[in-house]
Design a binder for this molecule. Structure first.
Ligand SMILES: [Zn+2]
Ligand SMILES: [Zn+2]
Ligand SMILES: [Zn+2]
Ligand SMILES: [Zn+2]
Length: 183
């Protein structure tokens, strides 16, 4: 037991719970809320003195609130996040494509790079618009399909069949061709 081990709240009344309590190597607890407040206060003081708001040691770049080193760290962080997001997106795509059979429902194209997910009854763009997904690259459709256990209102189509269908009032030119051939 440490000196403050028995207390349930920090000196300033924040709870030492699962989310707010931090632990040091020696078992000493610290309050995340207080640390956050302290940090934002300290970085305000630092920036008012022209110092970096993150490391509070180096002078900040003119026009920014951080120093050159921290600016690069932040840029890399954004880059790392982007890469993580791109990986996540690619995996999600493959997973969803696989779940829906992994090939174009119409022509059988199976190269994942050509494939996309399609609303069987063509209300995809409506769903996109309603949820403002187009602003976020349309990826929630994939996430949603997965979350809902791959409902059968979606199907896999290649871009050819997808646009073909769209331009041909909902029927892929392939299908029209096949219908004509069987006449
Ligand atoms: Zn506190
Ligand atoms: Zn810095
Ligand atoms: Zn196709
Ligand atoms: Zn087709």
């Amino acid at each position: 037991m440490t000196a403050n081990g028995a207390r349930t709240h920090c000196k300033r009344g924040h709870p030492f719970d699962l989310f707010n309590a931090g632990y040091k190597q020696n078992g000493w607890r610290w309050c995340r809320q207080c640390a956050k407040e302290y940090n934002s206060r300290a970085s305000k003081i630092a920036t008012s003195k022209g110092l970096c708001g993150r490391c509070r040691k180096h002078p900040s770049v003119i026009g920014l609130s951080v120093c050159e080193g921290c600016r690069q760290w932040k840029a890399n962080e954004a880059h790392r996040n982007l890469r993580r997001y791109t990986n996540w997106r690619q995996n999600l795509r493959l997973e969803v494509l696989r779940a829906y059979g992994g090939k174009c429902h119409c022509c059988g194209e199976s190269n994942p790079l050509f494939l996309t997910i399609d609303h069987k009854n063509g209300d995809g763009s409506e769903e996109m618009r309603r949820n403002h997904w187009h602003q976020r690259g349309g990826y929630p459709v994939w996430a949603l399909a997965k979350r809902q256990g791959y409902p059968n209102r979606y199907q896999v189509l290649c871009w050819n069949c997808n646009t073909g269908r769209y331009r041909n009032k909902g029927i892929c030119p392939h299908v029209v061709k096949a219908m004509e051939a069987s006449k």
